[in-house]
Design a binder for this molecule. Sequence first.
Ligand code: SIN
Length: 324
Amino acid sequence: MRPIDTNMRLSQTLFGATFHNPVLLAAGTCGFGEELEDALDLEALGGIVTKSVTLEPRAGNPPPRVVEAGNAMLNSVGLANPGLERVCSEKLPWMREHLSSIQVFVSVAGHVPDEYWRIIEGLESVGGFLGYELNLSCPNDTRLGGLPFALDPDALRVVVEGARKLTDRPLLVKLAPNVPDIGPVAEAAEDAGADGVTLVNTMPGLLIDIASRRAALGAGSGGLSGPALRAVGVHAVHRARACTSITLLGVGGITAAEDAIQYLLAGASLVQVGTATFADPRAAQRVVMGIARYTEKMGIENVQDLIGVVQGTDRPVPVSGGPR
Ligand code: SIN
């Protein structure tokens, strides 16, 4: 295997594992790694989060599944994935062989808590990855008879508490941006046993084709991502940092190192690059190199010295209500 060009300024130990740098590929934007191996050097990253795995294979939603939305992207992919069985027999062995020097989180999705737990049991029996990211916030695949779990702290607690009993691996919970205040939701995840939270998933959105008067996406509404979501994500990280002490992962609108550094300053230890990868498969690698240049230029010994040190944000931003 090729030796890793470890830049000690960017390296961190989190969840008992070494992350060579703080940049991961976000769930749903890199498949299971194999799909992107010819397009970028995966081992130059801190890690990846896989496409969400469901109990059964999912074909996904009708096309179009992705449309441009100004400075953003709207998607409703519908969690298309090969399902637990094939992930265990094909994807995990590939990742074990090819991604052993970076950290892998397997994203898990379901309609009811029991589905999450059965997937975790299945993945545990195979292993070959660091931890889980529970996708409790997909806007395109809501739980039976309800909203995504991340919109209801009590429902979130049930899933996370059950998952916690099944694994000692790091357990991340991916939260939704469309809540009045994300702080208490992050707190609920921490109380239930999560080791970290990922902030934020896409924001529900709708675009209409005015010629046909139909929704632009085949499935109707979808989730908004890309640069338009960045300030929302950075704010969410800052709020979660004030309310919890677990590890935070920032995602939303990161296209360059400057964007990632904002998330670190707000309190994220790791960041994820998502939508930018669709336009430039090497975007995440550019972000790593840009953070390295920034730390060198600013004389920062380790990237951890940047985490949560934002200044001038003491005046609380009202998250709901307020004077009329
Ligand atoms: C999708 O597959 O529809 C998107 C997944 C997500 O936003 O969590």
